[in-house]
Design a protein around this ligand. Structure first.
Ligand code: SF4
Ligand code: SF4
Length: 338
């Protein structure tokens, strides 16, 4: 069983076909690994980062978001809801409303787009058919499929089926993880990846727990395991003003990368942004960083200098330029076949 037991409830793996809950399949991504990519966003995450731009990824279950500012008070959702929980108003049947089964009928009935279903259970075959559409572009660009989240490893049985399917189709794969997973449960999945992105947010366990909800020790351990296993590792550091953009915090992360993760392909420094803010209220969640602004450019430059001073020179603001030799289908070997 994984370190995060939420996986048990949300996966279904009958003999015919495994399925899992996905909240988006995004085509044409240029930021989640080399080349042109399709990103599969898997629902469920063991962390609750205060700055998260995808709070709809937290719960492993499908849920309804309610954007009150779009609501016209027509009441059609109320008429459509078999559970009698949907309706106009602030608490009009969001996914956290007791009794909501996320059937989606209110979403279909709503004429103004005020109700949005976040996540859907999908058979692995349906996901594979979706990612296969752009295989010609993957081949031309050295791209492929990226598994993300939420936490991409939150539904490992489902992910195993997707990995096997991609292997059978000769598709290159990358994985984005918060690092909070069971190594024993997930190491074979990781070994099948052409790139593994691991987030590092703070080196102090107490601060990490305060801003993400979990201790960082398992995450640091897993980052080291990925590096020592010789897997192609890219570290991502979200730069959050007032949380980890001070010199001491950046130095601690840079020193860890330099000392423990010497083989990492690169480090991506990702400045905080507020793009996901509007989704919090729609999901009935508080946004803890309501007054926080993105970091000043000088702060990002200073962080970069700290990494460089500690010997980490393969730094990027966007995607790390992973060598295409690691991603092209022609170069793909049998490493990590499940
Ligand atoms: S998703 Fe279904 S159960 Fe939930 S509020 Fe909408 S109609 Fe009602
Ligand atoms: S159907 Fe949509 S617009 Fe009408 S009351 Fe419900 S949420 Fe508001």
């Amino acid at each position: 069983m994984s370190a995060w037991t939420g996986e048990v409830a949300m996966e279904q793996s009958d003999r015919a076909e495994p399925s899992g809950v996905v909240f988006e399949i995004q085509r044409w991504s240029g930021n989640d690994g080399p080349g042109i990519r399709t990103v599969v966003f898997i629902k469920g995450c063991p962390l609750r980062c205060a700055w998260c731009c995808n709070p709809e990824s937290w719960s492993p279950a499908p849920q309804v978001a309610f954007f009150q500012e779009r609501c016209q008070d027509c009441g059609q959702c109320r008429d459509a809801c078999p559970q009698q929980v949907a309706g106009p108003g602030r608490d009009g049947g969001r996914g956290d409303a007791p009794g909501c089964t996320a059937c989606g009928r209110c979403v279909e009935a709503c004429p103004s787009g005020a109700r949005v279903l976040m996540g859907r259970r999908m058979p692995a075959g349906e996901v594979l058919a979706a990612v296969e559409r752009d295989r010609v572009f993957y081949r031309q660009s050295g791209g492929g499929v990226t598994f993300s989240g939420g936490e991409a490893l939150a539904q490992p049985r489902f992910l195993e089926a997707l990995v096997k399917g991609c292997q059978a189709r000769g598709l290159s794969m990358a994985l984005e993880t918060c690092g909070h997973f069971s190594w024993d449960r997930c190491k074979e999945i990781l070994a099948a990846m052409d790139v593994v992105f691991v987030d590092l947010k703070h080196l102090d366990p107490a601060v990490h727990r305060r801003v993400t909800g979990v201790d960082n020790r398992l995450i640091l351990q897993n980052a080291v395991r990925v590096a020592r296993a010789g897997l192609p590792l890219v570290i991502r550091v979200p730069l959050i003003p007032g949380i980890n953009d001070d010199d001491a915090s950046v130095e601690a992360i840079a020193a860890f990368v330099s000392r423990e993760l010497g083989g990492a392909l690169g480090v991506e420094v990702l400045p905080y942004h507020t793009l996901g803010k509007g989704k919090y209220a729609a999901l009935g969640l508080d946004y803890r960083l309501a007054d926080l602004l993105p970091p000043e450019p000088e702060s990002v430059v200073r962080a970069r200098r700290i990494f460089q001073d500690l010997g980490v020179t393969n730094l990027y603001y966007g995607s790390a330029p992973v060598p295409t030799a690691m991603a092209g289908e022609e170069e793909k070997d049998e490493r990590g076949a499940l």
